[in-house]
Write a protein that binds this ligand. Structure first.
Ligand code: IDP
Ligand code: MG
Length: 154
C-alpha cells in the first residue's frame, strides 16, 4: 500500500439537517476509504475563524462563519491512497451548480453557500494535517485495518 494519507472531511450544517450524513459516509466507505475518526459536534465562533482563516478577507466570510456555526456538523478523518485529492473529486466543485452529477455537491446541492460538504484542499500542501489537528486530538484517531484492504490495493 503506497501513498496512504489522511484527509479532513465534514458534513456541513445543511447536510446534517437534510439527512445526508449517512449518504456521505456510504459513498466514502464504498470507495474504499477508511474512517479513522468522527465527531458529531457544533463548531463555535473561534474554531470557525481558525478553520476558515484563509477566507477572512472575503466578502462572504461573515456569512460563512454564521452558517458553519448554525447547527451540528459531522467532522471526520478518512484515510486511503491519495485520499485528499480523491475526496475532492468525489465532492465536485465549490459551487454545486458547476459540479457534475455523480459528485456529492452535484447530486445534493444547488447553491454555492449551501454545498453540503467540506474536504481539505489538495492544492494546499499540509491543509489536511492542519485541519485534522484543529478538530481532533491524536488519541481520537483510530488505527485499524479494513478486512478488504488487501483487495483494494495491488
Ligand atoms: P471549498 O469548500 O470547495 O474548498 P473554498 O473556496 O475553500 O471552497 O470556500 C470555502 C467555503 O466558503 C465554500 O465551501 C463555500 O461554503 C463558501 N464560499 C466560497 N465562495 C463563496 C462565495 O462566493 N459566496 C458564498 N460562499 C462561498
Ligand atoms: Mg477550501
Amino acid at each position: 500500500m503506497s501513498d496512504q494519507e489522511r484527509t479532513f472531511v465534514m458534513v456541513k450544517p445543511d447536510g446534517v439537517q437534510r439527512g445526508l450524513v449517512g449518504e456521505v459516509i456510504s459513498r466514502l466507505e464504498r470507495r474504499g476509504l477508511k474512517l479513522v475518526g468522527a465527531k458529531f459536534m457544533q463548531i463555535d465562533e473561534q474554531l470557525a475563524h481558525e478553520h476558515y482563516a484563509e477566507h477572512e478577507d472575503k466578502p462572504f466570510f461573515e456569512g460563512l462563519v454564521d452558517f458553519i456555526t448554525s447547527g451540528p456538523v459531522m467532522a471526520m478523518v478518512w484515510e486511503g491512497q491519495d485520499a485528499t485529492r480523491q475526496v475532492r473529486k468525489m465532492m465536485g466543485e465549490t459551487d454545486p451548480a458547476e459540479s457534475a452529477p455523480g459528485t456529492i455537491r452535484g447530486d445534493y446541492g444547488l447553491d454555492l453557500g449551501r454545498n453540503v460538504i467540506h474536504g481539505s484542499d489538495h492544492e494546499d500542501p499540509g491543509a489536511n494535517e492542519r485541519e485534522i489537528a484543529l478538530f481532533f486530538d491524536d488519541e481520537e484517531l483510530v488505527e485499524w485495518e479494513r478486512i478488504d484492504e488487501t483487495w483494494l490495493y495491488e
